[in-house]
Design a protein around this ligand. Sequence first.
Ligand SMILES: Cc1cc2nc3c(=O)[nH]c(=O)nc-3n(C[C@H](O)[C@H](O)[C@H](O)COP(=O)(O)OP(=O)(O)OC[C@H]3O[C@@H](n4cnc5c(N)ncnc54)[C@H](O)[C@@H]3O)c2cc1C
Length: 480
Amino acid sequence: MSRSGPAPGRVVNERRERVDVVIVGGGISGLCAAYWLAQQGFGVKVLERDAEVGGTMKSVHEQGFLSETGPNSALETTPLFRELVDECGISDEFLYANPVGKNRYILRDGRMHALPLDPAAFLMTKLFSARGKFRLLKEPFVGRGTGEESIAEFVSRRVGQEFLDYAIDPFVAGVFAGRPESLSVQASFPKLYALEKKYGGLVRGMIRGRRERKQRAEKAKDRAESFSFAGGMQVLPRAIATKLGHAVLTNARVEAIRRTDPSSFSVTYTHGDVPGTIDCRSVVISAPAYGAADLLQPLSGEAASVLRSITYSPVTSMVLGFKKEEVGHPLDGFGVLIPTKERRDILGCLWSSSLFPYRAPEGMVALTAFVGGARQPELTQLPENKLCDLVLNELKKIMQVSGKLVYLRVTTWKQAIPQYELGYLRKIEALDRFEESRPGLFLCGNYRGGISVGDCVKSASEVSQRAARHLRTHASPARG
Ligand SMILES: Cc1cc2nc3c(=O)[nH]c(=O)nc-3n(C[C@H](O)[C@H](O)[C@H](O)COP(=O)(O)OP(=O)(O)OC[C@H]3O[C@@H](n4cnc5c(N)ncnc54)[C@H](O)[C@@H]3O)c2cc1C
């Protein structure tokens, strides 16, 4: 018989240890922060609630298929990825996406159109009408906006409604599983917004911004290459955890964080039946905002309520396997995104086995369809068989899938992606103030600084630097 806790009256030996810094959460954000702190000589401990590290980055191998339950790939927007890959010894697993992945399709009037990649293709494409294309030419002459705007307001003001409907709306669904009407452009796409603020327009800004990024050795998201690993995205968090060794404890749920004196904390957790306490000088919370809220409630009701006010869109990701000859479309690209205006039951579909090898057995293809988001959250609550019928129906119409399903893996994330809604920057400012007022406590994760894997890695690097500064300037290192 399995037990859910210690038997009444049974004495359980509590673990007690001391490190410099405890990291709550072993997703990519927490692991990277821990890795860079450990590299600087600090004693770290990562406590992860799940049985495995990776958070939303989970790769499942079954029946010859490789399913990603979260990210299918990441964009190489920062040199930090290469450093991690080399240092963790996983360069032989690293894979750039098949060049065919440069083709990205968007559905319009029930047909797939390749997103134009150069000016000539832009002139020829049927994705935008002649009127829509002409409207783009006016962009350099549009004045600056005032105050906070939604992505929809910003894009329609600068480049017109059609570009919003058939380029940005599907893109926002693909990245945030969100709606451009609800999300703040300043918070969601700060670099896009900065082009207007700094240079007065998008076209002018893109040209000048490219030069500046080159100097920083960074790449814009539209030019960065997609990558993954032979064994899937989870290879990266697993390799970082292996490097960290005993500093990572899985099945360890953090229950409370207490400040014991002005420069120390105690973190209590349960590891199976066994309670544990770690004394430390700093804590990095890299759990999702709602989880961080619960932990911070006793320390600051205000910070907890700000974190709790961050909404997450739900997403169901479905990996579907078919025989190759039973899919009519050549699947010659990254996949297809669906604009709201098309009124479909999927947000988009990635052609996973076209992008990377080892995603499907010989003679089969693997597709990853996404359902729900802020657009249709109710769909994520459907029973699996209904959801499957709905998705198969769409795949039949959009990419001529005719055969029977040979493989299926459904994952529903009830709180998948934080929505950087209007008013979001004020929330982030409140969290910045909270951090300043509680030296030694740091917040990191995809609700701060961008949701992509690359953004999480960059944010983790910044937080590790701030935490290292704190540790160096406050008292001597604790013994690990
Ligand atoms: C379906 C989906 C598809 C995506 N696709 C892409 C993509 O293609 N490309 C891309 O760049 N990004 C993509 N993303 C976004 C990206 O994957 C995430 O933003 C990123 O992985 C988040 O990492 P994180 O470490 O901040 O959070 P998480 O991965 O959520 O990790 C947080 C960790 O904290 C742990 N935790 C929580 N509470 C506690 C506690 N009390 N004690 C101990 N541990 C705790 C959790 O178990 C979890 O492991 C996708 C996201 C989703 C959901």
